[in-house]
Ligand binder design. Structure first.
Ligand SMILES: Nc1ncnc2c1ncn2[C@@H]1O[C@H](COP(=O)(O)OP(=O)(O)O)[C@@H](O)[C@H]1O
Ligand SMILES: [Mg+2]
Length: 357
């Protein structure tokens, strides 16, 4: 089980033209991932999704908040102690082309981590070879055909399956899939998504599913929670279907309208939203982060910052909700939103691409 409380990550950057800038990649992200469960994060490019994935796998540090894995708060641990917890959390990256060493065969790509693992399991060479074959079968590949090949001899979809098999060599408890199908040919996406669903069901692995695409989040994380991130902040969360079918935050509504979910997986719609990264951090008002682009913003949206509150608790100003309501004990699945004007709306054809004011 993973519990993230108030995870914050800030980067100081310096650009020749932009000067010194502070980038708030994540602003207080809270979530609970139960054993065998799924939680999805959705948001446009630059909203902090990969940063979150890297933090959860120990590839990136964070500067605020707590990360609790199987009951142990990790920031208090020394790096080598922490590594033990992160090893069972594996990340599937976006790009299966750069994830595999092009000069090594699949047998050797899977053999290395299995040999490392053998220090614990004591598996001999024959057992390891059998395990490699077993893992390839599990991810839907034909071991005899694939083991002697090099990555370039495989399709993108096959490569991503090898990446998944490699992640499975350490018997992970959690898989983090970061835009795992976005660079794969559309015809093969559904297969990879079903594989991820399957692994959850068959191996009891829990899944953090990161995407910019509503349809894939719905497909993979349908029984889990969906968190909608805007500029590093979760602005709406709840059961996946509840958020997708009855979104109340204008940003979620814009996301849904930009990528029509009815189109189906084979044909994702063009992403019409402007990347978050294109927005200037300095243009942020003290109010709602989405306010400069929000078609429904009113005066107070520019002045006060709405926090996540349960739906039906009135304005998203924290009043009546208590501090951090909805996170107590990780009681998940309440529909929460950070908007002063939560409302069921249909956003049809609204262009939200008008970048920073
Ligand atoms: N190492 C880094 N140094 C500086 N800024 C970074 C770094 N990594 C990410 N960022 C910034 O943090 C924000 C979130 O990035 P990222 O997590 O990659 O978003 P996403 O995966 O949602 O596209 C972006 O504005 C990005 O430019
Ligand atoms: Mg990313």
């Amino acid at each position: 089980m993973i519990e993230a409380r108030g995870i914050t990550r800030t980067y100081q950057t310096y650009g020749a033209f932009t000067g010194a800038r502070t980038v708030h990649a994540l602003r207080g992200v809270d979530f609970t991932l139960p054993d065998g469960g799924a939680v999805s994060f959705i948001g446009e490019s630059g909203c902090g999704k990969t940063t979150l994935g890297k933090i959860l796998t120990g590839l990136e540090s964070f500067d605020g908040g707590e990360l609790v894995v199987d009951g142990v708060e990790l920031s208090g641990l020394k790096p080598h102690q922490r590594a033990k917890y992160f090893r069972r959390i594996q990340m599937i990256h976006q790009d299966p082309y750069s994830a595999l060493n092009p000069t090594r065969t699949i047998a050797s790509i899977l053999g290395d981590p299995l040999r490392m693992r053998a220090k614990e399991t004591g598996a001999d060479a024959t057992t390891r070879r059998e395990r490699a074959a077993e893992l390839l079968t599990l991810v839907g590949l034909e071991p005899d055909a694939v083991l002697p090949k090099y990555p370039h001899q495989l399709s993108g979809g096959q490569r991503q399956r090898v990446v998944v098999a490699r992640a499975l060599t350490v018997d992970p408890t959690v898989l983090i899939a970061d835009e795992a199908v976005s660079m794969i040919d559309v015809s093969m996406r559904l297969g990879i998504l079903s594989l991820l669903r399957d692994l959850r069901a068959r191996l009891g692995i829990s899944l953090v599913f990161i995407t910019h695409d509503v349809a894939t989040a719905r497909y993979v994380g349908d029984d889990g929670e969906l968190h909608v991130i805007y500029r590093g902040e979760v602005v709406e969360r709840g059961l996946t279907d509840e958020v997708i079918l009855a979104p109340v935050h204008p940003y979620t509504q814009c996301l849904l309208s930009a990528v029509p979910i009815m189109r189906g997986l084979e044909e994702p719609g063009p992403d019409r939203t402007a990347p978050t990264a294109a927005l200037d951090e300095r243009a942020v008002t003290p109010g709602c982060l989405f306010q400069p682009r929000c078609p429904f913003a009113q005066d107070q949206c520019a002045e006060k910052h709405p926090v996540l509150v349960p739906l039906g608790d009135g304005a998203g100003d924290g009043s009546g909700a208590g501090d951090g309501a909805g996170f107590a004990g990780g009681e998940a699945s309440e529909h929460l939103h950070a908007c002063f004007y939560p409302e069921a709306r249909r956003v049809v054809g609204v262009e939200v691409g008008a970048a920073s004011a």
